[in-house]
Ligand binder design. Structure first.
Ligand code: ADP
Ligand code: MG
Length: 250
């Protein structure tokens, strides 16, 4: 579903991704861990067209991100085509960025109605199903400021799912939450994983990585230091850098 081959990304002269190579198979949950500044968010942003890579190859479901191959030439996609690729990827950020002037239901139906031109009734019915799924069936009419951080984050997940993405990216989805609200959000993510969604999850929740992750990737300084089965990487890392990081977060 995701294939990165020697992906490089620089901001000005500062190289932030120094040759990232990894694969995520359909239905797999990959947990991306590593210290602050190691390039985790940048990597997710490259997958979701928020940043452009400088070198290497990056593809989602077999299609190059932002480019089309014709023979041995690459053509940059037009804006409309990029938008098409982006609708296939859902993203949930650390800060719940719901539209404050819209209800939970309206937040969820906005993109399907405006971008996908779904009929309003169908979009609303689907949104209600999604709200049930994230445990907020009774909060359809609530505005973001009437919801807890954890509830807002679950609406954000429902909103991403409303576009029927084939890939979900999570960037520290529980880091901004009060501790007692983290569990409900992780439970929704775990359910999504059980339903077979392909997910890349940047997280410091090592319990989640161990129990839900099919693979864990440890990044530091813009490179993948090590990756593999979460039970192995998290309990018996091969590299000193991984060991040292884990000793600080566990
Ligand atoms: P992480 O998510 O692992 O904490 P980031 O991907 O956010 O790391 O950042 C990696 C590095 O890139 C950091 O040193 C950060 O300061 C730098 N960086 C991130 N975004 C930008 C930007 N838009 N312009 C310049 N530098 C950036
Ligand atoms: Mg980050």
């Amino acid at each position: 579903m995701v294939e990165a081959l020697e992906v490089h990304k620089s901001y000005g002269r500062v190289e932030v991704l120094k040759g990232i190579t990894l694969k995520v198979m359909p239905g797999e949950v990959m947990c991306l861990i590593g210290p602050s500044g190691s390039g985790k968010s940048t990597f997710l942003r490259c997958i979701n067209h928020l940043e452009k890579i400088n070198a290497g190859r990056l593809s989602v479901d077999g299609a190059l991100v932002g480019y089309r191959e014709r023979g041995d030439r690459l053509h940059e996609l037009r804006e409309r085509e990029v938008a098409g690729q982006r609708t296939e990827i859902g993203m949930v950020f650390q800060r719940f960025n719901l539209f404050p002037h819209m209800t939970a239901l309206e937040n969820i139906t906005e993109a399907p109605i405006r971008v996908k031109r779904e009929p309003k009734d169908a979009a609303r019915a689907h949104a209600r199903e999604l709200l049930e799924k994230v445990g907020l069936g009774d909060r359809a009419g609530a505005y973001p400021n009437q919801l807890s951080g954890g509830q807002q984050q679950r609406v954000a997940i429902a909103r991403a799912l409303a576009m029927q993405p084939k890939l979900m990216l999570f960037d520290e989805p529980t880091s901004a939450l009060d501790p007692e609200l983290v569990g409900d959000v992780l439970a929704v993510m775990r359910q999504l994983a059980d339903d077979g969604m392909t997910m890349i999850v940047v997280t410091h929740e090592m319990g989640f990585a161990r129990e839900v992750g099919d693979a864990v990737v440890f990044m530091d300084g813009g490179v993948v230091v090590e990756s593999g089965d979460p039970r192995e990487v998290l309990t018996d890392p091969r590299h000193e850098r991984t060991r040292s990081f884990l000793s600080k977060v566990l």
